[in-house]
Design a protein around this ligand. Structure first.
Ligand code: ZN
Length: 466
């Protein structure tokens, strides 16, 4: 018996968690945190729709928190099985989960201050650093293209997803009595011809598909446009004597942005400007990028091997300590500050936004997808005032949205990837990890253009027997 149940990232983009049951064994595909409105996020993140003790194995597609962030809680609630992923994913998950634990503890402190004022009982943080350190012992790493036993009836083989360092598309070989089926879970699908990472790899024909759809109905601009836009934004902000504030995911986006800035500098197109990467997590993640050349494309691998560090150049400064971060506020020279979190939901970026958002000389450059109800989304939608740390601020700075830096395949790239599956064999397709409008657009395209049948958009908790 094969059953699939969609517990997260169903009709939205965060909290990825899908349960694959094969002959009584329970395999969880990803275990991500839900991000969005604080109360709703707390509600969805503070419990599980299944018993964590009953999960036999967790297979992790990549280290992003919306795919991995609930792992320490799974441990806290009794999960003791193996967590299978690539080596780079384990290394990144290590630092990202510790960072997440720090934020969880801070978040609970903040909620408890409000609760104390209202006479409500205190809440416990979802997890802390001890839970992270304990669960790290359950990770088992596997190289790409090496078939590995998950349970008696299921094997998994990882293929490059081209999304972030270590990201993997999982090909599952499933035995169910006389039947032998193959399932592909794309995790987050990256893009061909991107800097640093290898292109997404095809896994061959399958019977069952679970695909992401973040940009299922949109098309990104090309690479050249990115360099041109970056150059223009920097030049006009420098001319205004302003600062460029860049909320960016610490892992992936920050390194890609630095790589592009390096390219601009090599081409003598980067004006005189100080660039700060202000995030301890980004600093640590950049080190992990450097020790995993097996995940890189030929160009980035060559750069690392010949000791030209593509993540370093003159005028680029990495900031670890909070004192140095605060010092940036007192400076009046033009600069670019890249900081996290990407959706502006926490971290040092909030301080930089608070200090700079009201000055029209400044620019806020958005570099990735922002889920509904996040501060990042409010900035993308150019709301007149936004709330930061409980206070209202006028959004007077220029807002630039660089969607083409996305680590997610766009509509055409998703379709190109899926075009290689034999539609006669592919009997069940499930679209996850997208806002509903994007999921519906992808559903129509998969059916009409690729001729796929049984293309479903599951709601949270929907279960399918296959
Ligand atoms: Zn991701």
């Amino acid at each position: 018996m094969i059953r699939l149940t969609f517990h997260g990232a169903a009709r939205n983009v965060t909290g990825s968690s899908h349960l694959l049951e094969v002959n009584g064994k329970r395999i969880l595909l990803d275990c991500g945190l839900f991000q969005g409105r604080r109360a709703e996020a707390w509600e969805k993140n503070s419990s599980f729709p299944f018993d964590p003790e009953m999960i036999d194995v967790l297979v992790l597609s990549h280290a992003h928190i919306d795919h991995s962030g609930k792992i320490p809680m799974l441990y806290k609630h009794g999960f003791r099985g193996p967590i299978i992923c690539t080596a780079a994913t384990r290394d990144l998950a290590n630092i990202m989960l510790l960072d997440s634990a720090f934020l969880q503890v801070k978040d609970a402190e903040f909620v408890n201050k409000l609760h104390a004022r209202k006479g409500l009982p205190p809440v416990e943080s979802l997890y802390d650093a001890d839970d992270v350190i304990d669960v790290l012992g359950q990770f088992q790493t596997v190289g790409y293209r090496r078939k590995t036993r998950v349970t008696e009836d299921v094997d998994v083989t990882f293929y490059d997803a081209g999304h972030i360092l270590g990201s993997a598309i999982g090909l599952y070989d499933i035995r169910d009595g006389e039947r032998e089926l193959q399932l592909c879970y794309t995790g987050d699908l990256g893009r061909p011809d991107r800097p640093i990472l290898k292109d997404p790899e095809h896994v061959g024909d399958v019977d069952i598909l679970i695909t992401e759809s973040t940009y299922g109905g949109r098309i990104h601009a090309g690479n050249e446009v990115i360099l041109d836009t970056l150059e223009d934004v920097i030049k006009r902000t420098v001319a205004r004597n302003g600062k460029i504030i860049v909320p960016a995911f610490s892992v992936g986006r920050t390194q890609e942005l630095v790589y592009h800035l390096h390219e601009l500098r090599e081409q003598n197109r980067l004006p005189e400007i100080s660039i700060f990467v202000d995030s301890p997590l980004s600093v640590n993640a950049t080190q992990i990028f450097r020790i995993h050349p097996e995940c890189m494309d030929a160009e980035a691998r060559q750069a690392v091997l010949t000791h030209q560090n593509p993540f370093s150049f003159e005028n680029l400064h990495y900031i670890m300590h909070v004192g140095e971060s605060k010092d940036l506020n007192g400076r009046t020279d033009p600069m670019m500050i890249i900081s996290s979190s990407g959706m502006c939901e926490g971290g040092r970026i909030l301080h930089h936004l608070r200090n700079n958002i009201e000055d029209p000389r400044n620019t806020i450059m958005i570099t990735g997808y922002n889920a509904e109800h996040t501060l990042g989304r409010r900035i993308v939608e150019r709301e007149k005032t936004v709330r930061i740390f409980g206070e209202d601020f006028a959004l007077n700075a220029e807002v630039v949205v660089l969607n083409s830096l996305s680590a997610h395949a766009d509509r055409n790239e998703i379709l190109d990837y899926h075009r290689r599956f034999n539609p006669a064999r592919l009997q069940h397709s499930f679209i996850v990890h997208g806002d509903l409008d994007q999921e519906q657009k992808l559903q129509s395209a998969l059916q009409d253009e690729l001729g796929l049948q049984n293309v479903e958009i599951p709601s949270p908790g929907d279960s399918y027997l296959i």
